[in-house]
Design a protein around this ligand. Structure first.
Ligand code: HEM
Length: 167
């Protein structure tokens, strides 16, 4: 399994697409720039939504109103992060796909997507869902804390890839 993944990475790195990304000097810096701008937009949006769920910030707007304003930024930046991340992966397949931190980052992203979707689906059912009972308000805070911790962990993992498991 590890061997076939390694062979796949070697094959991918030798394709014309990967060679072009590796050899045209501006592609990787531009891709990283877009990745980082999207990280800033996603983190800012998630943090504002999470702080509203905590009741710490933005209390002039309802939870549902805040979510309506900010969730499109979270869902909108994720596909761009996926695309730019895929370009970086095609450029250096072994560095990413054979890296345990990269795999952990992908798992964290899936969990963060699940938490964000749970927050949103409840609001779709009932805009006052998270304020309706004290128990739900407590759950909203747990999910907000989880969301914030997950996105910070994803950023940390993104940086950590450069320092772990280089074959
Ligand atoms: C959605 C799928 C994503 C993929 C496939 C992906 C992939 C990648 C790859 C391949 C790198 C380069 C790592 C390296 O070789 O050093 C990277 C860097 C990074 N990623 Fe992502 N990423 C994704 C989403 C995210 C998200 C959602 C965040 C944070 C909210 C994030 C944060 C970072 C950070 C902080 C870096 C380091 C940037 C740098 O130092 O240049 N990524 N990502």
């Amino acid at each position: 399994m590890a061997l076939s993944l390694h062979h796949f990475c070697e094959w991918l790195a030798s394709t014309p697409v990967s060679n072009t990304i590796q050899n045209v000097a501006w592609i990787i810096p531009l891709t990283q720039t877009v990745h980082i701008i999207c990280i800033a937009l996603l983190l800012a949006s998630a943090a504002m939504l999470d702080l509203r769920l905590f009741g710490i910030a933005g209390r002039s707007d309802s939870v549902a109103g805040t979510a309506k304003r900010l969730l499109p930024w979270i869902w909108g930046t994720l596909p761009i992060l996926l695309l730019t991340g895929a370009i970086l992966t095609v450029a250096e397949p072994s560095r990413e796909l054979e890296n345990s931190t990269f795999v952990k980052k992908m798992i964290l992203i899936l969990v963060a997507i699940g938490v964000t979707a749970a927050l949103q689906l409840a609001l779709k059912r009932d805009p006052a869902f998270w304020d309706a009972t004290p128990a739900r308000a407590r759950w909203a805070k747990v999910l907000a804390l989880a969301s914030l911790a997950l996105f910070v962990a994803i950023v940390f993992a993104g940086r950590l890839i450069a320092y772990t498991d280089h074959p």
